[in-house]
Design a protein around this ligand. Structure first.
Ligand SMILES: [Zn+2]
Length: 300
């Protein structure tokens, strides 16, 4: 290969990596990530975050912030435990969703007898959370909850954004489905962890929403069921309707102020009861699409 061609290829690679963020490794340590989060969210003390057993994802946010995650395994389950993926902070200006995820991590650390195998991602959108004024979208201005590759994305996502939201900059679905590193990392977790249910925390509508198979919970703590419908590229549409994984979306009542510990505790208790009723141990996996080798290839 000629030198100029090699340089061109290297340049193209850097451009491509910069565009997709696919190869971006986290720039900050766990310590730095926890200090940053604690600086934004009072109820997440840096020391507790640092000692919570969190891992740093191999892929970082657009701005190189670590995405933190950890697993909690049940000591009780004899058969393979049903798996639950819990995600907070998809929208960066919904700080209460990060706080409640940390609150539930405290419960998981204390409740080794609970029957599920959890993967917990307290903050999927650290760039949005850590922006000077926290913002819903990621660092490239993409609403991660409109960026998942739902079958209707190519046909509808951009048109929906232009016509229904009047090109609301808070709801931009991205230049293409799955364009953002944070979205792709979560897709990878769904593919490899194979959750039997997903719990996604948002704010500020004060309700609970549900997509996918199973009978939705009517009430979890003080949150009542109100099915909000799905959007092109939303996680509810992608996981619930496309992949067939039941997904509970909790909409806390305030974006900044968290529910009290007692209130989020009642939501937690009701959530565990619903999961136990709806994901009985030993039952075959609900979703078929993940076992189909073509499932990602067929996605737009
Ligand atoms: Zn939200």
């Amino acid at each position: 290969m000629t030198a100029w061609l090699a340089r061109l290829r290297a340049g193209l690679f850097i451009f491509a990596a910069g565009t997709t963020g696919a190869t971006a490794a986290p720039l900050a340590s766990l310590e730095g990530a926890c200090n940053n989060l604690a600086g934004k969210i009072k109820s997440v003390p840096a020391g507790e975050c640092k000692s919570a057993g969190l891992n740093i994802a191999s892929v970082a946010s657009v701005q190189g912030q670590p995405i933190l995650w950890r697993d909690y395994r049940s000591v009780k389950s004899k058969t393979p435990a049903k798996r639950v993926l819990l995600v907070g902070g998809i929208h960066g200006d919904e700080l209460s969703s990060v706080a409640v995820t940390f609150e539930w991590m405290r419960r998981l650390a204390d409740q080794e007898q609970q029957p599920f195998y959890w993967r917990v991602v307290p903050c999927l959108n650290p760039d949005g959370v850590l922006a000077g004024i926290s913002r819903r979208v990621n660092a490239r201005g993409v609403d991660l909850n409109r960026n998942f590759p739902t079958p209707d994305w190519n046909a509808k996502a951009e048109r929906y954004w232009r016509e229904k939201t009047k090109s609301d900059v808070r709801r931009f679905p991205g230049p293409k489905a799955g364009s953002e590193p944070e979205t792709r990392w979560l897709m990878e977790q769904i593919k490899t962890f194979k959750p039997d249910a997903i719990v996604s925390i948002h704010a500020p509508y004060g309700v609970l929403d549900f997509d996918g198979p199973r009978t939705p919970p009517q009430r979890l703590g003080f949150l009542n069921l109100s099915e909000l419908g799905t959007y092109p590229g939303s996680l509810g549409n992608y996981a619930g309707e496309f992949l067939g994984i039941p997904i509970i979306t909790l909409e806390l009542p305030h974006s900044e102020a968290s529910p009290t510990v007692a209130q989020s505790g009642r939501i937690w208790t009701d959530l565990l009861k619903w999961l136990e009723r709806n994901l009985p141990q030993g039952a075959p996996p609900l979703f078929q699409r993940l076992s189909d080798p073509n499932w990602l290839r067929n996605a737009p």
